[in-house]
Design a protein around this ligand. Structure first.
Ligand SMILES: Cc1ncc(COP(=O)(O)O)c(C=O)c1O
Length: 430
């Protein structure tokens, strides 16, 4: 029986087996063991090209800075950097990764509400493109450190909180006044003049990021309209033209067949907002999820089935847990879960797919319909390429899983499975 349901790009059933590009996932799961993350290089490249082409199609000048937090594997960074992407980082650790992967510092922006002095110094010494600042205190520290290190022309972008309503999970809404992110317009007007007076700093842009997994572009456009108004005010106050406006990331991905907006639609709407005011700005964007979410999957083995008698819940206990994929537990996120081999049995049951971690919250899927399920079978938890491995932990002293990159017929280990020695390495020989 061939399945006709939605699958992310690059995934398809062939003769009853799930393939990713030119690789059978069943053979991959046997070769590398489970749980394991698998990513499609082709799907990541295609998403990157769609984003670029969407903005080029609207005649917009775009610098794409991949949000490293979504998936920070060095090989994924090399792949996107090689395609031309810069990086949006939120810690010195991410900056270290991006530079190690060959992304030029001049294409890297540094975001985050709580950069430490050590992180600021580390980034200053590497001459990154811009610091996206979110408080007066942070600006004062950056100014002091830039002067202490004899830096001039240090790029700064101020993060605007446009106070817009976004329909996404509360934990990934970032553009409301009540969220910790960004600054109100009045503060930005004031800080932009302070930056202007600094011998070390240069205000290059204004930035916004209103949330993640956005399935509508209207809130982004509403926020961008406010950003355009603010940009005009800031330019009038400082007498300096801004080099770019940074629209953040946020475009949604499909987790079970929903249709997120296309970058081309977003680009056309942003271009129209600028045309209305007869202005054009080069744009910087920081997509994460859009580029990598659908390209990745977490493969897992069914260890045990339990329940199912008269009114009992059916549990499928698998070898991946919340430490490997936190999104369901943290965001109540729902990922489509499919078998690697289509079973002959028509006997579908609804399962709670749960992991081995000692937490009731350790679930990976609620009410997942699977046919003829047996212990030992492999399942794919789809659209797990973003905020999947990146959020994995060693909770319950579970070694983190390996990551594998599929490219056409090739599959390559890009991070090995952790060992027990890795678990204790930072605690011994101190
Ligand atoms: C400042 C900033 N930029 C970009 C992103 C990437 O968001 P997404 O993965 O939804 O594109 C985030 C996500 O939290 C963010 O906080």
């Amino acid at each position: 029986m061939e399945k006709k349901e939605w699958l992310p790009p690059g995934f398809e059933y062939r003769a009853g087996e799930l393939w990713l590009e030119e690789v059978s996932l069943e053979s991959l799961a046997r070769k590398f063991g489970t749980p394991c993350y698998v990513y499609s290089a082709g799907a990541i490249r295609a998403a990157y090209r769609r984003y670029q082409a969407g903005f080029a199609g609207a005649s917009l000048d775009l610098s794409l800075c991949y949000a490293v937090k979504a998936n920070s594997n060095l090989e994924i960074l090399r792949l996107l950097g090689g395609a031309g992407a810069g990086a949006d980082v939120v810690s010195a650790g991410e900056l270290y990764r991006a530079i190690s992967a060959g992304i030029p510092a001049g294409k890297i922006v540094f975001a985050g509400v709580g950069k430490t002095q050590a992180e600021i110094d580390y980034a200053l010494e590497r001459n990154i493109r811009a610091f996206n600042l979110e408080s007066a205190g942070e600006l004062a520290l950056l100014d002091r450190r830039a002067q202490a290190l004899d830096k001039t022309g240090v790029g700064v972008s101020l993060r605007f909180n446009p106070d817009v309503e976004v329909h996404t999970h509360a934990y990934i809404t970032t553009g409301k006044k009540s969220n910790k992110f960004g600054l109100p317009a009045a503060t930005i007007r004031q800080l932009s003049q302070e930056i202007n007076r600094s011998p070390a700093l240069k205000l290059r842009g204004l930035q916004m990021h209103i949330g993640s997994q956005l399935l509508q572009i209207e809130p982004v456009v509403a926020a961008f309209e406010k950003l355009l108004d603010l940009a005009a005010e800031v330019e009038a106050l400082t007498g300096q033209a801004l080099e770019y406006l940074d629209i953040g990331g946020g475009l949604g991905a499909s987790y079970s067949g929903e249709i997120p907006p296309r970058p081309a639609d977003l680009a056309l709407a942003l271009a129209a907002a600028m045309a209305k005011r007869v202005v054009t700005y080069p744009l910087l964007a920081e997509p994460g999820r859009y580029l990598v979410a659908e390209a990745g999957s977490l493969l897992t083995e069914v260890l045990y089935l339990k329940g199912g008698d008269e009114g009992e819940t059916n549990f499928a206990i698998v070898d991946a847990g919340m430490n490997d994929l936190l999104r369901p537990a943290l965001y109540q996120a729902s990922h489509k879960i499919v078998p690697l081999k289509v079973p002959d049995s028509p006997d579908h049951r609804l399962y709670e797919v749960v992991g081995p971690v000692c937490e009731t919250g350790d679930w990976l899927g609620h009410g997942i319909s699977l046919a003829g399920l047996r212990g030992g079978e492999h399942l794919a938890i789809l659209s797990a390429g973003a905020y999947g491995f990146a959020m994995a932990s060693n909770y319950n002293s579970r070694p983190r899983p390996p990551e594998i990159l599929v490219d056409g017929p090739d599959c390559r280990l890009i991070r090995r499975r952790e060992t027990f020695e890795d678990l204790v390495a930072a605690e011994i020989n101190l």
